[in-house]
Design a protein around this ligand. Structure first.
Ligand SMILES: Nc1ncnc2c1ncn2[C@@H]1O[C@H](COP(=O)(O)OP(=O)(O)OP(=O)(O)O)[C@@H](O)[C@H]1O
Ligand SMILES: [Mg+2]
Length: 510
């Protein structure tokens, strides 16, 4: 018997114009967490989709549980004992938890009818195994992302999974939800299940993995015991060079000129933001810190005209303006890059150029009202290069890009719009370390050009490393401001919990 529950050997997969996997080897020991790492577009998700039967490999072999396998589709893979928690969860929202867990596998009773009683009962005990005490008849639509994930894991257990693949499972979880997931992972390990864990978060990887495999440009780089690895060693393996600093040097000059001022801005929703006042200067990067639920996104959406105000004023360069819809914000040269690319108006079937330019079309209307395609292509190409989007060419459809590269295209799109005030909501979520640096560099360069930037981030190191000044919110209120030179993890956390009894939420530690 082999030491491995799963062995993928010499896997190769080509898409038109891209060799996504080139002779990749990956071995998983039962009862362990094996992290799969690599830059955006390295081929991690593709390798997992080849295993799971979503894609079909061009060459190579897969031995699972002692047998050579070749799954035609994900159902075959699930039946055999491999489950996948996807990068972008797609549960069927209008079904109950129990229906989701037993999808395609309903227990039948008399007259071949689905035995709902049995289904609900079994679901209830499966849910308890993953620490979810919910009524199995609850609709998926009513669950949080974390709960949906737990349902997916319960589903894996119901299929007696021997291997569970988790592709960036923590990207939308709060700190306490991450802890819960780690507890579940420990339980799965104790059942001798092997877990393949994909993430860009170093601290998580170093904490929970037993083994680490790194891929680069579709190729296998190496596998190491996690306890022999450090962040620096992993980064070196991922990017093929040493990254001496995680943040570029600041070169922006903050001018005295106030470009934006919010005065006493309050939402009609009593649970949302209230009495928010702050100023933003020309050339300044203002970071907004706070725990999940602090209403940072909501406040920025209001500034962008997506939410109504009950009271308060917005001033641009000292003049009060009325921003009732995003078009008003755009007219005032404000851009907002939202946090969740799934709801972000990515047009999956448009090319990168189209996606990167839709926000900016007005800028490129030439003489006689015609679009200046050459100018569009030039700007888009510049931005796509600058962000190192990994793609065969700019005519590629965005839906075939890796998760992190889609995020970069969205950013390229707003840069093409050339705003004066750029609001970034979690700009580096799902982005690898090398590309994060590029994004920080762009933020710095824009500020140095005299643009003003507001950045919401839940990553403490990013908040401290990129901001000139930090505004911390807590439960809808501005809890305080910290200048770059005095801000520390402790001072931010103190403000982030200022109006709270307990210390809980989604801020990651450095
Ligand atoms: N269906 C597809 N059609 C064409 N190209 C694809 C398709 N799926 C993936 N690719 C390409 O294969 C390469 C690997 O992508 P993959 O999604 O596996 O990267 P990843 O390592 O998961 O990155 P990320 O960290 O950004 O999620 C990328 O260049 C991507 O554009
Ligand atoms: Mg991926």
């Amino acid at each position: 018997m082999s030491d491995y529950i799963l062995e993928m050997k010499n896997i190769t997969k080509t898409f038109p114009g891209v060799k996504a996997l080139d002779n990749v080897t990956f071995r998983l020991r039962p009862g362990t967490v094996h992290a799969l790492m690599g830059e955006n577009g390295a081929g991690k998700s593709t390798l997992m989709k080849c295993l799971f039967g979503i894609y079909h490999r061009d060459a190579g072999s897969i031995v699972f549980n002692g047998q050579e396998v070749d799954f035609k589709d994900s159902k075959e893979s699930i039946d055999a004992g491999i489950s996948m928690i996807h990068q972008e969860l797609q549960p069927i929202r209008m079904m109950t938890i129990a229906e989701n867990v037993f999808l395609g596998n309903y227990p039948l009773g008399k007259f071949n009818l689905v035995n709902h009683g049995k289904m609900n009962e079994e679901t209830k005990s499966l849910l308890e195994e993953v620490g979810l005490y919910l009524d199995p008849t609850t609709l998926l639509n009513d669950l949080t992302v974390s709960q949906m994930q737990s349902v997916e894991i319960a589903k894996a257990i119901s299929h007696h999974a021997k291997v569970v693949i988790m592709d960036e499972p923590t990207s939308s979880l709060t700190t306490s939800e991450v802890e819960k997931l780690f507890e579940i992972i420990d339980k799965l390990k104790a059942k001798n299940i092997g877990i393949i864990y994909i993430s860009h978060k170093m601290d998580e990887i170093l904490r929970i993995s037993d083994d680490i495999t790194v891929m680069r440009d579709g190729q296998y780089v190496g596998t190491w015991p996690a306890k022999e690895m450090t962040t620096a060693k992993i980064i070196q393996a991922m990017v093929g060079r040493e990254l001496t600093s995680l943040f570029p040097e600041k070169t922006n000059q903050i001018s005295e000129e106030v470009v934006l001022e919010l005065q006493d801005v309050t939402s009609p929703n009593p649970l949302s933001f209230k009495h928010a006042s702050f100023t933003l200067r020309k050339g300044e990067v203002l970071g907004i810190g706070g725990l999940v639920g602090a209403q940072r996104t909501e406040l920025m959406e209001a500034l962008y005209g997506m939410r109504v105000l009950e009271q308060g004023k917005i001033l641009i360069k000292g003049q009060e303006v009325s921003i009732k819809r995003p078009a008003d914000a755009i007219k005032n040269r404000i851009a907002l890059v939202t946090e969740d690319r799934r709801y972000n108006g990515i047009f999956g079937v448009l090319s990168i150029t189209d996606n990167a330019s839709v926000a900016a079309l007005k800028e490129y209307v030439g003489r006689m009202g015609l679009l200046d395609e050459r100018k569009i292509n030039q700007v888009v190409e510049g931005n796509v290069d600058r962000l190192r989007v990994k793609t065969p060419n700019n005519k590629t459809k965005i839906e075939s890009l890796s998760g992190g590269n889609q995020q970069k295209v969205i950013l390229a799109r707003w840069l093409a719009n050339n705003p004066d005030i750029l609001i970034l909501d979690e700009p580096t979520r799902g982005i690898d370390v090398g590309a994060k640096y590029e994004i920080y560099q762009i933020i710095n360069d824009l500020a140095a050009e005299g643009k003003s930037i507001i950045m919401i981030t839940s990553e403490m190191s990013e908040l401290l490393g990129v901001s000139d000044r930090i505004m911390v919110m807590c439960e809808g209120r501005v809890a305080g401001f910290l200048n770059r030179d005095v801000a520390t993890q402790e001072s931010v956390m103190t403000l982030a919990t200022k109006f709270m009894g307990a210390h809980e939420g989604g801020m990651e530690s450095v």
